[in-house]
Design a protein around this ligand. Structure first.
Ligand code: ZN
Length: 532
């Protein structure tokens, strides 16, 4: 007898094709059968008439790696229908940890808004991290990438230099170890020091290791504004010269003077594909970005890590130079009215969360760049920000592409526990926003295509072999939603709001959302790649 029999849903199998009204039977953690009027019995039967059934959504660009220690159920993601999160993105993440480097890694992670478990970083490699995170009772699956920033810190600290031959060999060996342990690929964050200190040759060399394993290279590229096309070309080089499959993270055209270049970016990637490089991208469906406030500070000031950054921010002799460069960075992202303070590390400045940089500067009777410096100093760089820097036309052009997966770039949060801190609504609204606003209301893309971009496409990019499609024998990660009702509710004023329309979610065969509410079941797993 099956465990669950879902009757009469409109089944979108995740491949992009039209739906089929069918029954889906689950047995344990697998899909046992898919078909019309299945003559089967189950412990539990669910009448799904009027609902769409799809593979559980795969968030190919997530930062839930460490937030799960505080919010293991990752409700803001689960309630969107997400069942698997690809973590370790943007070069930021939990492993590997070199001897004596846990402190430096911890500061780096805190600067990027990470929550660490009470005992801090107690692991050294992928397996140690997987074992520790597996003990929290995961509300969804995690598929970790090796973050290049952590890899570099493990070997070279936060030094602003090229690796010596021995350094590079050590990084290659650590990457190799993580891939053998089951990591899914490697990410870079080429705007974030120390990862940004890497030249292309370093990334190409690491790309060769990925290529040997058939693992994915994902990149927050070196520039998303004025240097967008050159940065895309650099990512493509890791494919042409390193042989790796390439995934461009959160594709966008940043800053008003680059608006309209989304199509050029798509054309560059299309040309690379025609040239034989396996390259694709992902995107979140918003016109604002979000990252650390310290991303406004030039790379040279980050050399040596957070402690050295704070010393430079406080040094009178560097003040003019830093102010000028920070002012230019604020301008490139749209000016002080376009920058909103999000997460703040301490209670001291918690009241600034949600205000714009222009408002903070007015409050402090200081120029915006001076307010950035003061806030970073007072919070030891632990400040997040939202930047209203993208155009609706570029967001739409990129979203319409069948080569661009949906990825939130957000963390798994809890509306009840996290509402004190402003955040980007993408952590709550990404997937229902695409299905409600862009599919149902704007008809920008079809429902089967949108679901493919959330399931079959990211599964293929990652190399999943038993998730991301509704197929007999595959893992029962499934979402049931009402296509007429699904929508996001989180916005920039009130981001901690769950969307509507997601009725049921099954994770490894277990009901984790029932009638729109989480069941509290924690059936998530750390997924490991079985490589060559
Ligand atoms: Zn990023």
């Amino acid at each position: 007898m099956d465990t669950v029999l879902i009757r009469g849903a409109d089944v979108f199998d995740g491949s992009g094709g039209p739906p089929l009204r069918a029954d889906v039977a689950l047995s344990g953690d697998r899909i046992a059968a898919v078909g019309c009027d299945l003559p089967r019995t189950a412990e539990q039967t669910l009448d799904a008439g009027g609902l769409a059934l799809a593979p559980g959504f795969i968030d190919i660009h997530s930062h839930t790696d460490l937030s799960v220690f505080a919010r293991p159920l990752a409700e803001s993601k689960l309630r969107q229908g997400v069942t698997t999160e690809v973590v370790g993105n943007c070069g930021i993440g939990a492993f590997p940890v070199g001897p004596g480097r846990a402190g430096l890694l911890t500061e780096y992670l805190r600067m990027h808004g990470a929550h660490l478990p009470p005992e801090g970083v107690s692991w050294t490699d992928f397996s140690g991290y997987a074992e520790r995170v597996g003990r929290v009772g995961l509300g969804l699956n995690l598929a970790p990438l090796v973050p290049h920033g952590a890899l570099r810190i493990a070997v070279m600290g936060a030094e602003d230099r090229a690796p010596a031959a021995a350094d590079l060999a050590r990084m290659e060996a650590l990457l190799e170890t993580a891939l053998r342990q089951g990591a899914w690929g490697m990410s870079t964050g080429l705007i974030y020091p120390p990862g940004s200190y890497a030249a292309t040759e370093e990334i190409v060399a690491l790309g060769r290791v990925l290529a040997r394993h058939g693992a994915l290279y994902t990149s927050h590229i070196r520039g998303e504004g004025d240097t967008l096309l050159a940065a895309l070309a650099e990512a493509v080089r890791v494919g042409t010269e390193g042989g790796a499959r390439v995934q461009v993270s959160h594709l966008k055209a940043l800053g008003r003077r680059n608006w309209g270049r989304g199509r050029e970016a798509l054309a560059l990637l299309e040309a690379a594909r025609r040239g034989g490089v396996d390259v694709a991208a992902d995107q979140y469906p918003y016109e604002a970005t979000s990252t650390a406030l310290s991303a406004l500070v030039p790379a040279w000031a980050h050399a040596g890590g957070v402690g050295a950054l704070l010393e430079r921010l406080a040094a009178p002799e560097l003040r003019d130079r830093l102010s000028a460069e920070i002012a230019r960075a604020v301008d490139a992202r749209g000016g002080p009215d376009s920058v909103q303070i999000a997460h703040v590390g301490s209670p001291r400045n918690a009241g600034l969360s949600g205000r714009t940089l222009a408002q903070v500067a007015a409050l402090w009777h200081a120029p915006p760049e001076a307010a950035v410096i003061r806030l970073l100093l007072e919070e030891r760089a632990e400040v997040g920000a939202v930047y209203f820097s993208l155009s609706p036309e570029d967001v739409a052009a990129i979203m319409a592409s069948d080569q661009v997966a949906v990825g939130s770039d957000g963390q798994g949060l809890s509306a009840a526990e996290d509402r004190e801190q402003a955040t980007h609504p993408r952590s709550y609204g990404t997937f229902p926003r695409v299905l409600g606003r862009y599919v149902r209301e704007q008809h920008l893309l079809s429902l089967p295509l949108a679901l493919y971009k959330m399931t079959g496409l990211p599964a293929r990019r990652m190399g999943f072999t038993d998730r991301g499609l509704v197929h007999t024998g595959w893992i029962a990660d499934l979402v049931l939603f009402d296509p007429a009702a699904i929508r996001d509710r989180a916005d920039f004023q009130d981001p901690h709001q769950y969307g509507a329309g997601v009725e049921h979610v099954f994770l490894n065969g277990r009901a984790v959302v029932k009638d729109g509410q989480p069941t509290g079941e924690a059936s998530g797993r750390v997924l490991r790649r079985l490589g060559p």
